[in-house]
Ligand binder design. Structure first.
Ligand SMILES: [Zn+2]
Length: 116
């Protein structure tokens, strides 16, 4: 299924990207400035001992100056948690408190509830 840009933007606006990334990294207390939404951590995508991974709430993106990864809320979960795009959207919509579009006709109820 496809999601409208408006819907995706609403999630990005309501949900600080540092909250999404923060579930997967330990912020560096000395380098980070929570009041500015300017947070640093050791990169979860490559091994390092000094933090060169940056997440910026004002721009809604993350970027690693070590290995060069970058992206937004959705991309982080796809790359880090191995989710598909629709899975990432569903999780982030839940975190942001944005209701999912109701156009998911049939697809959702078709999901098997039994254990695989
Ligand atoms: Zn990196």
């Amino acid at each position: 299924m496809r999601f409208s840009d408006q819907f995706l933007d609403e999630i990005r606006q309501r949900l600080p990207i540092t909250q999404v990334v923060g579930e997967h990294v330990m912020w560096d207390k000395r380098k980070s400035q929570p009041g500015k939404g300017d947070m640093w951590a050791c990169c979860p995508f490559h091994g390092e001992k000094s933090p060169s991974f940056h997440a910026d709430d004002r721009r809604g993106i993350y970027h690693c100056f070590g290995c060069g990864v970058s992206g937004d809320h959705f991309r982080f979960l796809i790359e880090k948690a191995g989710m598909s795009f629709p899975e990432a959207v569903e999780k982030l919509a839940g975190m942001a408190g944005v209701p999912m579009p109701s156009a998911t006709s049939g697809r959702k109820s078709a999901r098997p509830s039994a254990r695989a």
